[in-house]
Design a binder for this molecule. Structure first.
Ligand code: PLP
Length: 384
């Protein structure tokens, strides 16, 4: 066993202190922190690697393939994928899942035009560049949802091209959901024969399945693939995600690689063998009921936060069934203390399952105080 010199041990101790401190006032990013994977700590002593296709064995056997395929089957079922025609893998995060969805789409329709809204995650633009796909940015409505009229207009102008549509199931800034059912009807009305719809459900995918009425976001609604992040709503010590696609589409890109004794069907070579285990542990300990109550808890806290902020005179709002609460950007000190992301003078808190009403109360107090200072300051300026 290696042992650290005391100086370096101190570096680690300080880092841990720092991380604990910053974990407590953390409302701006969609990351759950209420997990405990101590049961799995022994696995950190092994070089787990699920390289290749999770559904095809490999000569490298220090891994968690069986758990990975269970995770895939769980989410395929939750997202109503065709029972006999789904496939997927545990990714390094939502971005990789989106890249994979677009990659399959391009293999099916190499000359396609990609449509995505201006509220789409920043990684998508880069992914399109990597894949050499042409694209058109579609306007959004005020709430961050795609503007269906603008989508219809743009697809209509490019009717000669197959259409690939990136639908947002919870945008990064306002958690708006694009309606896949409406997107499908636009394609149908324009008689577009060749199309592919990928759902970027990084943030809201997991709990959208528990909302009534169920948002139109999954395979039964017309999606061809769905990507989620594992470290967001579920929670994981390392970034991870899940992508679910139709197996028949994946089969078009499959290649057997004798070196690993598996199929090279994923983006990277080596793949994390620990993250599938974390996700497996979460779904086994929580089950559908546990996930559902996590979702309801988050939605309840989001409603509580919206009401509290409004009562404090702050212009707060949220999309229907969203756990993101939006408001005008507060002073920098608040953004720093609570680690809020801010864009175009709009900021938000995200009521992840670990966020308590006590934390919201604290936050609202800070917001009130800041508002009071601003009002006093401008009153002083006026009398001056
Ligand atoms: C977080 C997020 C992503 C990226 O996911 P990562 O897991 O960070 O790679 C993509 N799209 C949306 C809407 C997101 O919220």
């Amino acid at each position: 066993m290696q042992k650290l010199k005391p100086d370096y041990q101190k570096v680690l101790d300080d880092l841990l202190k720092d991380i604990k401190k910053h974990s407590n006032s953390f409302l701006g990013y969609p990351v759950s922190k209420d997990f405990n994977f101590e049961d799995l700590s022994e696995f950190l002593n092994y070089p787990m690697n699920n390289l290749g296709d999770p559904f095809v064995g490999s000569t490298y056997q220090v891994g968690s393939r069986n758990q990975e395929t269970e995770v895939i089957a769980f989410f395929a079922d939750l997202f109503r994928a065709p029972i006999d025609n789904f496939w997927g893998y545990v990714t390094n995060g939502g971005s990789e899942g989106n890249l994979y969805g677009l990659y399959l789409a391009r293999e099916l329709h190499p000359k396609a035009m990609v449509y995505y809204s201006e509220a789409t995650h920043y990684s998508v633009h880069k992914n399109l560049h990597l894949l050499g796909l042409q694209s058109i940015v579609i306007k959004t409505q005020d709430n961050g949802e795609i503007d269906y009229d603008d989508l219809r207009l743009n697809i209509g102008m490019n009717r000669h091209l197959p259409a690939i549509i990136m639908a947002n199931i919870g945008t990064t800034m306002t958690e708006a959901r694009d309606d896949i059912y409406q997107i499908r009807s636009i394609l149908k009305n324009l008689a577009i024969q060749k199309f592919y719809i990928h759902a970027d459900a990084a943030l809201s995918g997991v709990y959208s399945a528990f909302i009534k009425p169920r948002p139109a976001f999954d395979f039964a609604d017309g999606a061809d693939s769905i990507a989620i992040s594992g470290h967001k709503f579920l929670g994981s010590p390392m970034p991870c995600g899940v992508v679910i696609v139709k197996r028949s589409n994946k089969d078009r890109i499959a290649r057997t690689i004798s070196y690993i004794g598996s199929m090279d069907t994923t983006i990277t070579g080596s793949r994390n063998g620990h993250t599938p285990l974390f996700l497996w542990y979460s779904i086994k300990t929580l089950g559908i009921e546990g996930l559902k109550s996590r979702a309801m808890q988050s939605l309840m806290v989001a409603e509580y936060a919206t009401n509290k902020l409004m009562a404090a005179g702050i212009d707060a709002w949220r999309n229907p069934h969203a756990i993101t609460v939006n408001f005008p950007s507060p002073p920098l000190s608040i953004c720093q203390k609570w680690q809020l992301a801010s864009e175009d003078s709009l900021a938000h808190i995200i009521c992840m399952p670990n966020v308590s009403t006590d934390q919201i109360d604290q936050f609202v107090l800070d917001m009130k105080e800041a508002n009071r200072e601003i009002t006093m300051h401008s009153a002083q300026l006026q009398t001056y």
